[in-house]
Design a protein. Structure first.
Length: 146
């Protein structure tokens, strides 16, 4: 199973890339794809299409395009549920301590990270940011303890 994670511009500009990636690696989640990108308007509109027509849609588009983003494809058993727990509640002010947002964010507007919320979302979102050839399938040396 795979999921998409984006470290948003505030996470990149606040130098939290390593802190965030280490949370996933320390949990035993495999990184199958990883790159830093500038999100185009087309990518942003496709990614946030579900929010089109909502009052905050334009600000989402503008924000995700405002700086570099680190895009990741994470892979593993129950990776979507595990990732969502590690990320925490959307509003950083309400996220539990110990989660990425709970430790590094204090708002809903600048919440550092996006993570797909379902298999359907992951299957829709991953191809927006990654070509199939950019996702690497490999075995972990220590997979026996997973």
């Amino acid at each position: 199973m795979q999921t998409l994670v984006l470290i948003k511009p505030d996470g990149v500009l606040r130098l939290k890339i390593g802190d965030i990636i280490s949370r996933f690696e320390n949990k035993g989640i495999r990184i199958a794809g990883l790159k830093m990108i500038s999100v185009s308007k087309e990518m942003a509109e496709r990614h946030y299409a579900v929010h089109k027509g909502k009052p905050f849609y334009e600000s989402l588009i503008k924000y995700i395009m405002s700086g570099p983003v680190v895009a990741m494809v994470l892979d593993g058993k129950d990776v979507i549920d595990i990732t969502r727990k590690l990320v925490g509640a959307t509003n950083g002010a309400k996220a539990e301590p110990g989660t990425i947002r709970g430790d590094f964010s204090s708002s809903i507007d600048f919440n550092l990270i996006h993570a797909s919320d379902s298999i359907d979302s992951a299957n829709y979102e991953i191809p927006i940011f990654f070509k199939e050839s950019e996702i690497i399938n490999y075995e972990r040396v220590d997979k026996s303890w997973l």
